[in-house]
Ligand binder design. Structure first.
Ligand SMILES: Cc1cc2nc3c(=O)[nH]c(=O)nc-3n(C[C@H](O)[C@H](O)[C@H](O)COP(=O)(O)OP(=O)(O)OC[C@H]3O[C@@H](n4cnc5c(N)ncnc54)[C@H](O)[C@@H]3O)c2cc1C
Length: 447
């Protein structure tokens, strides 16, 4: 190593933003110790806790990250939350470089009159329940039989797919059995999807539209406010995909899905609970009032929502496609940098950019590194003791796979505390105890 090689790098957040950045830095600086911290005991952020349970192929990207964690100097330190377990200042004191990749995902909520009524839900609450998000662990919200979904982007289509699938469609998934079971006791029969834009400029990927057509027993209809121009290739493709959906004629339809493009909800009506949704604008042939007992909004993310960057409020986290540098030695990547847009591959491209920037800053002398600051081993003993290592996580992983319901890939631990308890059992006894309430010292801040 020479003076221009950092010895210790910390990455905060083990989602794709953090993992891709760490991977790119490791490729360049092969002897540098890299520690990836996460507030959760399990790595990989929204790959594990956001991507739909029936899209296991998308989650396979974690295998390439798994390979990185094979050596002692590429470390996972789960169950360590920056901002409560350790401050950013402490981290900066013992690492040459700190990369913040803590993501951000808070649904944008509907603001029309009536949004406060019972039965108005945000997509995130459903996604969290289906993915068994452990901190906090919340039950599946009650969903009725007449549902209006507001929004027609990919998350909205994830929700529609979930509403119309049956138990057998979840073979080989890691969906939460409790959340799915609760919903399937009384699944939705009439689903109306409202999109402010016409089909041509709606956000959903064509592949996601086509996927809906593979689910048997569902009848689809589409109302559109204006057609795609002839030179709008993507718009035309999307129109064709929706036209294919409407051509499906099931013998017996379990559920009806109606897409209404060019429609804006103006009011949700009800006494205490949702009874109907009124439209301000609607294409010809669509009535201005839709009977509903549930409204699910999937209208994107709130970029300004107060979030987990409470640990570093003095920095400006406005979304940016520009440099990741917050100051010499401190960078940001992933959704924390660009805002909550873009799929996993977009994080790869961005992470490579940030890694290049870090390498150039150090090697050009613009941001030189000082004497070895100590890294992970220089952290307080209490923080090191509570950290869940990659080997610990592999044990949790194995226990979840072993606990899988029939024809499922895994059954996730329900709470963060249960995961930590399993780790403790494995460390002391070499086996997991039954999943009971936690009582031991690893458990911190069950927020
Ligand atoms: C519902 C949903 C479905 C999606 N589906 C797909 C899909 O099918 N395909 C696809 O390609 N993309 C999908 N995406 C997009 C993809 O998930 C994101 O592009 C990606 O996860 C963003 O990566 P990130 O690392 O910036 O953030 P995240 O994945 O959110 O990772 C951030 C990590 O930081 C940790 N963290 C937060 N605060 C702290 C703290 N203070 N201290 C320590 N750790 C902390 C979190 O626990 C988390 O692990 C989906 C997103 C959502 C919301």
């Amino acid at each position: 190593m020479n003076a221009q090689t950092p010895r210790r790098i910390a990455v905060v957040g083990s989602g794709p933003g953090g993992c891709f950045t760490a991977q790119a830095l490791r490729r360049h600086w092969k002897d540098t110790e890299i520690t990836i911290f996460d507030r959760l005991a399990a790595p990989y952020g929204l790959i594990r806790y956001g991507v739909a349970a029936d899209h296991q192929h998308t989650k396979a990207v974690t295998r390439q990250f798994d390979r990185n964690f094979g050596s002692d100097d590429f470390r996972f330190a789960g169950n360590v939350e920056v901002g409560s377990d350790i401050s950013l200042a402490e981290l900066k004191g013992v690492f040459d470089i700190v990369v913040l990749a803590t993501g951000r995902w808070r649904d944008r909520a509907l603001t029309v009159p009536g949004s406060h009524l019972d039965g108005v839900l945000v997509s995130g609450d459903i996604v969290n329940a289906l993915n068994t998000v452990p901190r906090p662990n919340l039950p599946m919200p009650a969903i009725g039989e007449r549902v209006v979904v507001v929004g027609a982007g990919n998350v909205a289509l994830d929700i529609v797919r979930f509403l119309i699938k049956t138990a057998s469609d979840y073979v080989d998934s890691d969906v939460s059995p409790e959340a799915l079971g609760t919903y399937l006791e009384r699944p939705a029969r009439e689903i109306t999807v409202l999109s402010r834009s016409p089909i041509a400029s709606a956000k959903a990927d064509v592949a996601m539209v086509r996927e809906l057509g593979k689910i048997p027993g569902v009848a689809f209809s589409v109302a559109n406010s204006s057609s795609a121009a002839e030179d709008n290739t993507l718009g035309l493709k999307r129109e064709a995909a929706f036209a294919d959906l409407t051509a499906i004629e099931p013998d017996e339809a379990r559920a009806q899905v109606r897409f209404v493009f060019g429609a804006t909800p103006s009011r949700i009506v009800g006494t205490d609970h949702v009874e109907s949704v009124h439209l301000a604008e609607a294409p010809a042939g669509v009535t201005g009032s839709i009977r509903a007992d549930t409204v699910i909004s999937a209208i994107g993310f709130d970029v300004n929502a107060p979030g987990h960057w409470h640990y570093a409020e003095e920095y400006d986290f406005a979304p940016s496609d520009g440099p990741g540098r917050l100051e010499c030695g401190l960078y940001r990547a992933g959704w924390l940098k660009r805002g909550p847009v873009g799929a996993i591959p977009a994080n790869r491209a961005d992470a490579h950019q940030v890694a290049k920037e870090i390498i150039a800053d150090v090697e050009s002398g613009r941001c030189p590194v000082e004497d070895d600051p100590g890294g992970f081993e220089a952290l307080p003993e209490s923080v090191r003791a509570q950290a869940v290592s990659f080997a610990d996580w592999q044990q949790i992983d194995a226990a979840e796979v072993a606990n899988a319901e029939p024809a499922r890939t895994r059954t996730k631990f329900r709470t963060h505390a249960e995961m930590l308890e399993a780790v403790e059992d494995l460390r002391t006894n070499g086996s997991t105890a039954p999943q009971t309430a936690p009582t031991h010292s690893m458990v911190k801040g069950q927020s």
